[in-house]
Design a protein around this ligand. Sequence first.
Ligand code: SAM
Ligand code: SF4
Length: 335
Amino acid sequence: MTQPLIDPFARPISYLRVSVTDRCDFRCVYCMSENMTFLPKKELLTLEELDRMCSTFIGLGVEKLRITGGEPLVRKGIMTFFNAMTRHLDSGALKELTLTTNGSQLVRFADDLYAAGVRRVNISLDTLDEKKFADITRWGRLPQVLKGIEAAKKAGLRVKINVVALKGFNEDELFSITEWCKAEDMDLTFIEVMPMGDIGNEDRLDQYWPLKDLRNTLAERYTLAELSHRTGGPARYVRLEETGQQIGFITPLTHNFCESCNRVRLTCTGELFMCLGQEDNADLRAALRDSPDSNTPLEEAIRAAIALKPKGHDFDYDRQSVAGKMTRHMSHTGG
Ligand code: SAM
Ligand code: SF4
């Protein structure tokens, strides 16, 4: 039997997040600048290469794949890739195939995603106000995303709404978004804003709304019961006793999750990032392209990379400056 992937801190690696494109049909202010230069197409892994790459990871014990980007559903032919992954769900090697999307293309793709075996989607949405939505995403339109959410639910997909907590922007919508998710039977997770990439004029410290403050506000109206289950990622969960809702908090800036980290991230160019908050990466594309007839060099490159997975990250807002700031964009590594 193949040895599973275990990193130097005895953490089994069972979860791969894959960015399939750096492009997007939105320009969220905390994620991208308005004038982004995207990678030339030849730099990207082809759909066949993505299949080979993911299948190799699955062969090494990865059980969960999350497809992200950029906006994964703007990648041309992306359903070919999802459909190719169905064989791993059918064989039982892959336990879950999911994606994170801005929702803009779900009217078109929801049924096909369900047919490919996707059962859950994370949809990013930071405000329920049309004007604010257009402001924060620059190019996005709220009604289109709301239609996408409807289509996803209708197709049978379980929806989780991801909200980036932004000071002075959606603080006043904390309760309305929570109530909306309850009414629509959707899960809800808040994400602390992270210092990723050059985003132009926005100031990171101005945007930073610590989730502990958000939690305290939530606790003014609801009784929060701490839940113990963890997913190996940066999310912690509470249950609102009054409504039974489960709410997630992703606080990547706090060192509260690295010890159980089970994941690595593959960029759309085939670099493997062992930690979201570290620059260390391995070029798996070279291993893949140099050896079209054998996956052995790729497997060796993956094992060598996992052997270098660091213990944790260096993000820190504490000293009124953004330390550990990453130069790459979230859309490159995949959020
Ligand atoms: N385009 C898809 C979407 O928006 O869901 C997938 C890619 S996006 C980079 C993945 C997630 O990262 C989204 O939920 C987005 O809100 C979040 N994100 C982007 N930039 C971020 C930042 N600087 N800090 C925290 N979360 C961020
Ligand atoms: Fe696009 Fe997602 Fe980044 Fe927004 S957060 S610009 S939707 S990749």
